[in-house]
Design a protein. Structure first.
Lengths: 275, 330
C-alpha cells in the first residue's frame, strides 16, 4: 500500500539527507526503521507524510501520488503519531482525539454524533476511555502517546506513521505500546515506525530496515537483518545479539551493547552466579 | 451553562451602565427609550434624556462591548494559532502601526475621520509587512512570522517617537499622547456602524475555521497531517484578527492587556476548546471593558485613560491567573 521509489531529498544543494530511498509496505505489515541519529529517519517520515517534497522520487499510497493530492485527502490515506506533542493549552483527551476528525468535517460544520462516536470507539479500543476528560498537559508520557495514537486512529487511515512510539516511555508502557501496534497490524493496518531500540524490532516482529547516511542499508526480517555485526557497524559501537531462552523451547533475541571492553556487562556477574 | 451565565451578566451590565453619569437613567427607562418606536409607546421622558441615551451612552456602551469582545477573540485566536499563552492581538504590529498612523495624521492637523483612516491604513500596513517578512524569510514558519511582528512593532514605535519629538509640545503632543492612551469617549454612532460589521465578518470567518484552529494548536506539521489546510487557516486567522484589532485601535486608541488576559479567564471557565473560548472570550471581554469604562465614566471631573486602566486592572488579574494555571503551562 505504501510505495517509496528512489526518493532523494536535500535541505541544501549538494548535501543529500536522503539518497535514492526505495521501500514498500503492505497491509498488515510492520516496518521498524532503525538507525543512528542523523541517518535521515525523521526526514524520510516527513517526506512520506507530505510535509517535505523530495527533489527526486515518488511516494505513492494505494497508487496515489501523495504530493499531487490535498492534505485533506492525504489525511484519509495515512495518519501520523508524533513522538511527543506539546499542547500549550489544557485540551481534554477526547478533544484531542476529535481533532483527528477535522479532515472529515464539512466546511464550517461541527463534529457530528458519528464523529464523536468514532472518537469514543478508538479510545475504548486503546483502553483510554477513562482519560476522556483529562487535560492533555496533566497526562503521563504513556497516556499522551496513547491519546496521540487514538487521534491518528480517529482519522481512519489504513497507514500509520509513528515516530518513535515507544521512546520516552517506561518499560511496561513500551511493551504496552508495542503490543497495541502489533494488534493494529493484525487488524490490517500498515505501520511504519522508527525506533532507537533494536530490541523493539525483535519484540514486535514484522520487518526491519536499517538506515544510515540517508540510505536504506538493510531491509528484511529482524532475525536476518538485525545482527551483532550489522548493529555494530550501524551504531559504530560493539553490540552482540544473543538468543535467550523464553517459554518452553522458544528463543527470543536480544541485543546487548558492550559497555565494558570485551565483555557484555550483563553477563559479567550473572555468569558467576549460575555456574 | 457558563456561557449563558456570562451572557446574562453582560446583558444586565449593559442596562446598568446607563445609570452612570450626570443623568442617571433607570434600566426600565433605557428599555423604553430603545424600544418605544417599535411598540408605539408615547415617550414620558425629556428629549435631552433620549439624546443622552441614544447619542452618547448607547454608542459608548456598545463600543465597549464590541472592542472588549473583539480584542479578546483576536487574542484567543492568536494564542491558539501560535501555541503561545503570552500572545496578544497586536503581535504582528497592528497597534504600533496604527499608533504611528494616528500620530502622523494628528501632526498634520488632520480631521478626526482622517486620523482614524490613517491609523487603520498603517495598522494594516504593519501587519502586511510582518506577514511578508514571515513569508519571504521563513517560508511561512510561525517563529519567523512572530519575529517579523516584533521587528515591525519596534520600527513603528521608533517612527512614532520621531513624530512625538517633532510635535508641538503644547497641542499636538498632548493629543497624540491622549490618543495613544485610548478612550471609548470618542466613539460615535457611526463608529459603531463601522465596528459592528467588521466584527461580525471577522467572527464569522473565525467561526468557520474554528476546528482547523483547534488542530493547529498541536503545531503546523501535525495539523497538516490531520488534513488541515494550514496556509489558508493561518491567513484567515491573521486577516480576521487584524481587521477587528485595527478597527478597535483606530476608533479607541491602544487598549492593552484585554486581548491577552481575557482568553485566559475564558479558558479557566470553559476549557481550551477554541469554539468555546472564542465565545466565552467575547462575552468576558465585553464585560471587562464595559466595567472598566464604567469606572472611567463614574469618576467625576476627569477622564481617566482607558489603556492605562486596562493595564492597571489587567496586571493583577494576570498575576492571579499565573498563580492558578502554572501547572498547565509547564
Amino acid at each position: 500500500m505504501l510505495e517509496v521509489r528512489n526518493v532523494s531529498f536535500s535541505y541544501r544543494a549538494g548535501c543529500e539527507v536522503l539518497s535514492d530511498i526505495s521501500l514498500s509496505l503492505e497491509q498488515g505489515e510492520i516496518l521498524s526503521l532503525l538507525g543512528p541519529n542523523g541517518a535521515g529517519k525523521t526526514t524520510l517520515l516527513r517526506c512520506i507524510l507530505g510535509l517535505k517534497k523530495p527533489q527526486r522520487g515518488t511516494v505513492g499510497i494505494d497508487g496515489r501520488d501523495i504530493y499531487a493530492i490535498r492534505p485533506q485527502e492525504r489525511a484519509a490515506l495515512l495518519a501520523y503519531v508524533p513522538q511527543s506533542t506539546s499542547m500549550a493549552f489544557p485540551y481534554e483527551a477526547r478533544e484531542v482525539v476529535l481533532m483527528g476528525r477535522v479532515a472529515k468535517l464539512r466546511p464550517g460544520a461541527s463534529p457530528s454524533e458519528k464523529d464523536k462516536d468514532i472518537a469514543m470507539q478508538v479510545m475504548e479500543r486503546l483502553q483510554i476511555a477513562h482519560l476522556a476528560e483529562k487535560p492533555f498537559p496533566e497526562m503521563s508520557g504513556g497516556e499522551r502517546q496513547m491519546v496521540l495514537l487514538a487521534r491518528a486512529l480517529a482519522q481512519q487511515a489504513r497507514l500509520l506513521i509513528m515516530d518513535e512510539p515507544a521512546s520516552n516511555l517506561d518499560y511496561s508502557n513500551q511493551i504496552r505500546m508495542l503490543r497495541v501496534v502489533r494488534s493494529l497490524a493484525q487488524e490490517r493496518y500498515a505501520v511504519l515506525m522508527t525506533s532507537h531500540v533494536p530490541d523493539h524490532a525483535f519484540w514486535i516482529g514484522g520487518r526491519a530496515a536499517l538506515m544510515r547516511g540517508g540510505h536504506i542499508w538493510r531491509d528484511g526480517t529482524p532475525d536476518v537483518v538485525v545482527t551483532g555485526e550489522t548493529l555494530t557497524e550501524l551504531y559504530k559501537t560493539p553490540v552482540s545479539v544473543v538468543d535467550v531462552p523464553a517459554d518452553g523451547n522458544a528463543y527470543a533475541k536480544a541485543s546487548i551493547p558492550f559497555i565494558n571492553e570485551g565483555c557484555p556487562y550483563s553477563l559479567k556477574q550473572g555468569g558467576n552466579k549460575s555456574e | 451553562m457558563k456561557m449563558l451565565g456570562l451572557f446574562v451578566v453582560l446583558t444586565v451590565l449593559f442596562f446598568l451602565s446607563f445609570m452612570i453619569g450626570r443623568y442617571p437613567v433607570s434600566p426600565k427607562t433605557v428599555w423604553d427609550i430603545l424600544t418605544y418606536r417599535l411598540f408605539g409607546q408615547t415617550p414620558y421622558w425629556e428629549g435631552t434624556l433620549e439624546t443622552v441615551v441614544l447619542q452618547v451612552r448607547l454608542p459608548r456602551i456598545l463600543m465597549g462591548i464590541l472592542v472588549g469582545g473583539a480584542l479578546s477573540v483576536a487574542g484567543a485566536s492568536y494564542q491558539t494559532l501560535f501555541k503561545n499563552p503570552m500572545v496578544s492581538p497586536d503581535l504582528l504590529g497592528v497597534s504600533a502601526g496604527a499608533g504611528f498612523g494616528a500620530a502622523l495624521a494628528l501632526l498634520n492637523q488632520a480631521s478626526w475621520w482622517e486620523v482614524q483612516l490613517t491609523a487603520f491604513a498603517f495598522g494594516i500596513l504593519a501587519v502586511l509587512i510582518s506577514y511578508t517578512i514571515g513569508k519571504a524569510f521563513g517560508q511561512g514558519n510561525i517563529t519567523v512570522l512572530v519575529l517579523g511582528g516584533i521587528v515591525i512593532s519596534s520600527l513603528f514605535q521608533s517612527l512614532l517617537a520621531i513624530i512625538k519629538t517633532l510635535a508641538d509640545t503644547d497641542n499636538t503632543l498632548a493629543s497624540i499622547t491622549f490618543w495613544l492612551m485610548g478612550s471609548l469617549g470618542r466613539a460615535s454612532g457611526t463608529d459603531v456602524l463601522v465596528m459592528l460589521p467588521a466584527t461580525a465578518v471577522s467572527l464569522g470567518v473565525l467561526f468557520f475555521f474554528r476546528h482547523s484552529i483547534d488542530a493547529l494548536s498541536a503545531g503546523e506539521d501535525e495539523a497538516m497531517t490531520m488534513g488541515v489546510n494550514v496556509r489558508l487557516t493561518k491567513v484567515a486567522v491573521v486577516a480576521a484578527s487584524t481587521l477587528i484589532t485595527v478597527c478597535a485601535v483606530s476608533i479607541c486608541g491602544i487598549v492593552g492587556w484585554v486581548g491577552m488576559v481575557v482568553p485566559h479567564i475564558a479558558r479557566m471557565l470553559v476549557g481550551a476548546n477554541y469554539s468555546k473560548i472564542g465565545a466565552a472570550s467575547f462575552l468576558t471581554g465585553g464585560i471587562l471593558l464595559l466595567l472598566i469604562d464604567n469606572v472611567i465614566r463614574g469618576v467625576p471631573g476627569v477622564e481617566l485613560p482607558l489603556g492605562v486602566l486596562t493595564s492597571l486592572v489587567g496586571t493583577p488579574i494576570f498575576v492571579a491567573l499565573l498563580a492558578k494555571t502554572k501547572r498547565a503551562w509547564s
